[in-house]
Design a protein around this ligand. Structure first.
Ligand code: DAH
Length: 353
C-alpha cells in the first residue's frame, strides 16, 4: 500500500503537467480527491491493515492528501492568472485610434430663449415661479377679471377637462396664484415660464400648445415708468442695445391700462423692411398695470398696492431673433432644424464679435 501511495504521488505530478485549463484541473481533482477518487479508495483499505501499519500508512495518506491539495492550489492560481492575462490580451483596446463621430445634443431654441430671459430677471431680483398646466376656471379666468360670460374668453378657445378644469390658456393664472399665496400681502417680483394650450388649428403661426412667460411686479407706487424701464432692459438683452420700445393702447381684462409693446426693428434699425412690414416696429408682447379687480380678488388692497404685468411668447421671440418662419419647427423634433439652428446661432455669435 505504501508503494501505491508513492506511485499516486508520482502520477499526480505527471497528470498535472498535462492540464491546460481550469476545467481539466477540476476533473483531475475529482479523479484523485473526489468521493470515488484514488485517495479515498486507499483510505477505505486502511481498515484491513494491522495496527502497526495502520498508523504509518495513515500518516502517509494524509501527507499525500496535503501534497495533492498544495499542487492543485498552486496550479489553480497559475491557471487563473493565465486566464486573466489572456482575457486582457484578447480585449485590448487601442485607445489611440481616432474615434467615430459622436453626435452631441444641443439646447432647443425655445429652452435657450427661456433660459436667457430667466437669467436676466433673476439678475434683477425676480423669482421664477411655476404653476399647474391643468388649471381651474377660477385662476385661469375668474380671478383675472374674466367673468363667466366675458367675451374675452372666446379669444382663448380652451381645452376644458370638466366644467371647472381646463388646460391653462395662459401663464397669467400663476400671477393670481402667487398673489393669493402671499399671506403677508407684501411685494412680489416674479416671472412664470410654462406651457399653455389653446384650441387652435396648427399652422405656420399657430400651435395648440406653446409657451409663455408671464411677469408680475406688485409693490407700493409701481407705475408705467417701471414697466417701461423693465421692458427696455428685456428687449435690449434679447435684440440688441440700440433697441427702443413703444407702447400702443390695447385691451386685456386683467390690466388697466393695457399696453401692447413694440420693439424697434432689429433688422433695419427702424427705417422699414419686410420683417417690420415697413413700419420700423415689431409687435413683441402684451402688458399693463394690474387691474384693481385682480389685486382685490387676490387679497391685495388696490389703494395701497399697484403693479405691472406682462406676457410674452418665447416662440415669437425665437422666430424673430433667429428668422424661423414656422412655429411647428419647435415641436416636430426635426434634427436638421435643430442642427441648422445651432449653426445659425454660432454664425450670429461670430458676427457680433
Ligand atoms: N395672458 C395674455 C395672453 O395670453 C398675455 C398677457 C398680456 C399677459 C398682458 C399679461 C399682460 O400679464 O399684462 O394673451
Amino acid at each position: 500500500m505504501k508503494e501505491t501511495i508513492k506511485t499516486i504521488k508520482e502520477q499526480v505530478s505527471i497528470d498535472l503537467k498535462n492540464v491546460s485549463n481550469l476545467k481539466e484541473l477540476m476533473d483531475l481533482k475529482v479523479e484523485y480527491l473526489g468521493k470515488k477518487g484514488k485517495v479515498v479508495e486507499i483510505g477505505q483499505q486502511i481498515g484491513k491493515l494491522d495496527v502497526s501499519e495502520k498508523k504509518e500508512v495513515g500518516m502517509l495518506l494524509n501527507d499525500l492528501k496535503n501534497h495533492i491539495n498544495t499542487l492543485f492550489d498552486e496550479l489553480t492560481l497559475k491557471l487563473e492568472s493565465d486566464a486573466l492575462e489572456q482575457k486582457l490580451k484578447d480585449e485590448w483596446i487601442d485607445i489611440t485610434l481616432p474615434s467615430t463621430k459622436v453626435n452631441v445634443g444641443t439646447t432647443h431654441p425655445l429652452t435657450k430663449v427661456i433660459d436667457e430671459i430667466e437669467e436676466l430677471f433673476i439678475s434683477m431680483g425676480y423669482d421664477v415661479v411655476e404653476g399647474p398646466e391643468i388649471e381651474s376656471d377660477l385662476y385661469n379666468f375668474e380671478k383675472l377679471n374674466l367673468a363667466k360670460d366675458h367675451p374675452a374668453r372666446d379669444m382663448q378657445d380652451s381645452f376644458y377637462i370638466t366644467a371647472e378644469m381646463l388646460l391653462r390658456t395662459q401663464t397669467s393664472p400663476v400671477q393670481a396664484r402667487t398673489m393669493d399665496a402671499n399671506v403677508e400681502k407684501g411685494p412680489i417680483r416674479i416671472i412664470c415660464p410654462g406651457k399653455v394650450y389653446r384650441k387652435d388649428d396648427d399652422d405656420m403661426t399657430h400651435s395648440h400648445q406653446f409657451t409663455q412667460i408671464e411677469g408680475l411686479v406688485v409693490d407700493e407706487n409701481i407705475s408705467v415708468a417701471h414697466l417701461k424701464g423693465t421692458l427696455e432692459i428685456l428687449v435690449r438683452k434679447m435684440f440688441g442695445n440700440e433697441r427702443e420700445i413703444r407702447f400702443r393702447p390695447s385691451f386685456f381684462p386683467f390690466t388697466e391700462p393695457s399696453l401692447e409693446v413694440d420693439v424697434s426693428c432689429f433688422k433695419c434699425g427702424g427705417s422699414g423692411c419686410p420683417l417690420c412690414k415697413q413700419t420700423g416696429w415689431i409687435e413683441i408682447l402684451g402688458s399693463g398695470m394690474v387691474h384693481p379687480n385682480v389685486l382685490r380678488a387676490c387679497g391685495y388692497d388696490p389703494e395701497k398696492y399697484s403693479g405691472f404685468a406682462f406676457g410674452m411668447g418665447p416662440e415669437r421671440i425665437a422666430m424673430l431673433k433667429y428668422g424661423i418662419n414656422d412655429i411647428r419647427h419647435f415641436y416636430t423634433n426635426n434634427i436638421n432644424f435643430l442642427d441648422n439652428f445651432d449653426r445659425l446661432e454660432r454664425e450670429m455669435e461670430d458676427e457680433s464679435k
